[in-house]
Design a binder for this molecule. Structure first.
Ligand code: ATP
Length: 528
């Protein structure tokens, strides 16, 4: 039976200072940011769709990534080699030759350990399950209560555990001796219903072609990066790119996550924006540091506050054998607080991927660098052949959009409509609203003309809303919830002195400006 999911999540008390996730999810549905996929059939676990505002928010995020990573990488900054950073785009299929995933290691190694609950039929990541035990001592033969690691701390299981033990602490399920006869699964009532952990491959498979046999089995990609490695040679041969350069690829990826959770944070279908940046091995550490630092700055530039964002450098023992460094940009989501959840990983991948594909495909994927090697008598270089190293900033657009929404969500009880979204103007799906104060006396016509003008200039970046009905307060409140940064209101004075009111979403303050200055005012603030 297909697993369904509930929306919004059951209300959970959040710790002081932590934004309420259930209210954020409710706003997302109410204002058309996120809907559960197959909503009218009860939803399907691990899949989310974007409503009109969410689709545009995500497009703005994708466009910002595309612009700042590919078209004008790093805002025109010079890289560690002193030159402008060069990148090109690519768009690759979700389904690739199945040997791709053998070479990349996903067939043999892309596994998570899972445990099943025989009572509830729930399935959990073994390494995410924690159990509550007495704070200071032994549980003896009393039952211990399992929960899933990043759940809100005030879970039902915690309350039950506190009833049994008083104060409790959490330890990983893996530290409880086998069999777990005393463990009460995360959603279970009786102890001893969890199975032993089993490895579970996260790739979705399907059949390509009319005959349903093993030979026609293909996989839905679990990441966009591999498509880039397969075309490294094609890109070098078909364009004039020279190392160092990057290839960007965005698109849907699929992982059959054991326990999809936390709204869109861990879904089974999601969108990635990945850059594979190829360079000479000797320069790779400098490029790794360069990208790591730029990516952190970039997330801040589109509205994530410094204190909710950290760059976590992986310890040496966390690194893959081929990697000289990996860091994660992590955001403090309401459901991970006080901890953080990964938004993007920046990995030094060495020459691992190109070497793997070269070995499996028997096609040479090295690069002949005419700028290196011994100097020839004519002053030119002899050239050097090598397999480039690769630095990979791999971002998730759904986690990005979710972080933007969580960061923007603000409650100010002193406002007539307390909830609003302080989205950065660059990503806000509605760029501006134009309202006639009342739906008569020539005001709607003036508002309509101004809206047409703004639409012509800024419509490619997002919506320009108009709405002549309801009280002006209600119209402002609706725009605040949708994250629209500016509302322009045409009133009686406009007809006399050609000025309009500009209302700022974040402060609620209003000022008057000349109607013909409105496009310039908005353009400056939208950065376009
Ligand atoms: P996690 O440890 O959270 O499972 P990961 O390290 O496996 O993530 P990567 O393989 O580095 O993730 O993928 C790059 C990015 O893709 C992540 O930083 C994240 O933003 C996004 N991503 C990965 N898995 C999911 C998912 N199941 N749902 C939504 N986004 C995801």
């Amino acid at each position: 039976m297909t697993e369904s999911q509930s929306f919004p999540a059951p209300a959970t008390a959040s710790a002081p200072g932590v934004k309420p996730m259930d209210a954020i999810m409710a706003l997302c549905k109410r204002r058309g940011f996120v809907f559960q996929a197959s909503d009218i059939y009860g939803g399907i676990n691990g899949f989310w769709d974007y409503g009109p505002l969410g689709a545009q928010l995500k497009k703005n995020l994708r466009d910002a990534w595309w612009q700042d990573m590919i078209m004008n990488p790093c805002w025109g900054r010079k890289g560690p080699n002193g030159e402008r950073v060069r990148c090109v785009p690519l768009e690759t299929c979700i389904i690739q030759h199945p040997r791709t995933w053998e070479a990349s290691g996903h067939v043999s190694g892309f596994n998570d350990p899972m445990v099943d609950c025989k009572e509830t039929k729930g399935r959990y990541r073994y390494d995410h399950v924690m159990v509550y035990v007495p704070a200071g001592g032994e549980a003896g033969d009393k039952p211990v209560f399992a929960y899933v690691g990043d759940q809100p701390s005030e879970s039902k299981q915690k309350k039950k555990a506190e009833k049994t033990f008083g104060a409790v602490r959490s330890v990983p399920l893996s530290s409880i001796p086998q069999p777990w006869a005393r463990v009460i699964g995360p959603d279970a009532e009786k102890p001893g219903t969890l199975t032993e952990p089993r490895m579970f491959n996260l790739m979705f498979d399907t059949i390509s072609g009319a005959i349903r046999d093993e030979a026609n089995k293909v996989y839905l990609r679990p990441e966009t990066a591999q498509g880039v490695f397969l075309h490294f040679k094609n890109v070098v041969d078909s364009t004039r790119v020279k190392l160092p350069f990057g290839i960007g690829n965005t698109g849907r990826s699929f992982r059959n996550e054991v326990t999809p959770r936390n709204f869109t944070f861990r879904s089974r279908e999601f969108e990635q924006a990945e850059l594979e940046f190829f360079c000479h091995p000797d320069e790779s550490l400098d490029w790794y540091r360069f990208w790591r630092d730029f990516r952190m700055e970039w997330w801040k530039s589109i509205g994530l506050a410094g204190e909710n964002l950290i760059l976590r450098e992986h310890d040496k023992d966390e690194l893959s054998h081929y990697s000289q460094g990996t860091s994660d940009v992590e955001y403090r989501f309401p459901f991970t607080a006080p901890g953080f959840g990964e938004l993007e990983g920046i990995a030094h991948r060495g020459c691992y991927d190109l070497t793997q594909h070269q070995t499996h495909s028997k096609v040479k994927l090295d690069y002949f660098d005419t700028t290196r090697g011994e100097t020839l008598p004519n002053g030119g270089k002899k050239g050097e052949r090598y397999i480039p190293h690769c630095i990979e900033p791999a971002a998730g657009l759904d986690r990005g959009a979710l972080a933007l929404i969580c960061e923007a969500y603000t409650v100010d009880a002193s406002r007539p409509s307390p909830e609003f979204l302080k989205l950065h103007p660059r990503v806000a799906p509605i760029k501006a609203a134009v309202f006639p104060l009342v739906d008569k006396d020539g005001m709607p016509e003036v508002a309509e003309r101004l809206a047409d003008d703004l639409f012509a200039r800024f419509g490619r970046h997002g919506f320009i809303e108009t709405d002549p009905k309801q009280s002006i307060g209600k119209r402002y409140a609706r725009m605040d919830e949708a994250g629209c940064p500016f509302c322009f209101t045409v009133d009686g004075d406009t007809l006399k002195d050609q000025t309009v009111t500009v209302r700022d979403r974040d402060t609620g303050s209003q000022q008057r400006i000349a109607i013909d200055k409105v496009p310039g005012f908005l353009g400056e603030r939208l950065g376009s």
